[in-house]
Design a protein around this ligand. Structure first.
Ligand SMILES: [Zn+2]
Length: 288
């Protein structure tokens, strides 16, 4: 590594997703800006920014269909793109920069992962995600060259944490939730204020009858001691960002579920705006 671990950890940041079924995605990014840019995002026409939209390589009409959804919902997507599809998404992101922010999916264990990441950067990608199916815990030193590059590029890193699927339910596979536990991100991101969570992975559906339980997870709302929140937001819920992780026709439904949870947990209006787009717009420098 060309920079020290301390330096890397000191300047990196992150966000994440939490579900009751233990799915949790985590992102690392540079510190969100505060000030005018952020305030401008708080108007009634605020754009939604979705951290968790998987590019579907099996659907040849995917981009076209996405753009329609994006127009209808006033939504910008961080588009999680398999490396093989990098060029088509990079191109689309240049053409529709207001709607598509390209994120690259790479295998952290691939022998040429650093080269892949450099190429993604040269194509204009803005982050990596989602990280998953790792052979070693996320804080393994062998992954640090990738984190070092991401830090240099001021990228957002999005990690799956918690329970992970096998590709075939009843067949053994070398994947393990234990390598993807959120505690492994502590050294990468824990003490940085730019760690966030999204609530994807059907959590809001599964917890529908007890959405107020999220108050127990984000219990440090309004606690004065040792509980700093980004931009001193009064609500710990500001650590959430919107992420749908679903098919295009379901994004609107996930948006409604987020709002149901906001109501159940009395999330302040200004915090809701940060969750639905303010935080990610500031991180990504979107002028929306
Ligand atoms: Zn996902």
């Amino acid at each position: 590594m060309s920079i020290s671990r301390r330096k890397l950890l000191g300047s990196a940041a992150a966000s994440a997703v939490l579900t009751m079924s233990s799915l949790l995605d985590t992102l690392t990014a540079k510190q969100p800006a505060s000030g005018d840019e952020r305030r401008n995002l708080n108007g009634p026409e605020s754009r939604i920014v979705d951290i968790h939209v998987h590019f579907d390589e099996r659907n040849p009409a995917y981009l076209e269909e996405f753009l329609r959804v994006s127009d209808r919902l006033n939504l910008t997507a961080c588009m999680l793109t398999p490396f093989a599809n990098r060029k088509v998404v990079a191109e689309a992101a240049k053409k529709y920069s207001r709607q598509i922010v390209p994120f690259g999916f790479v295998e952290l264990d691939a022998p040429d992962v650093v080269k892949q990441v450099e190429e993604l950067h040269s194509l204009g990608f803005r982050g990596l995600g989602e990280m998953e199916f790792v052979k070693k815990p996320y804080n393994d030193p062998s992954y640090f060259p990738v984190y070092e590059l991401a830090n240099r590029y001021a990228w957002i890193m999005m990690y799956h944490t918690g329970i992970v699927l096998r590709s075939k339910f009843d067949e053994p596979e070398d994947v393990a939730s234990g390598r993807m536990r959120p505690i492994h991100l502590e050294e990468i991101a824990r003490w940085n204020s730019n760690v966030f969570f999204d609530l994807s992975g059907s959590t809001l559906t599964k917890m529908h009858s007890r959405l107020a339980d999220f108050k127990r997870i984000f219990w440090w709302s309004g606690q004065p001691q040792d509980s700093k929140t980004p931009n001193d937001d009064p609500s710990a819920f500001v650590k959430i960002v919107f992420g749908s992780d679903t098919e295009l026709h379901n994004i609107e439904g996930v948006k409604a579920q987020y709002h149901e949870m906001f109501d159940a947990c009395d999330v302040p209006e200004s915090t809701r705006k940060m969750i639905m787009g303010g935080t990610l717009s500031a991180m990504l420098g979107l002028h929306v």
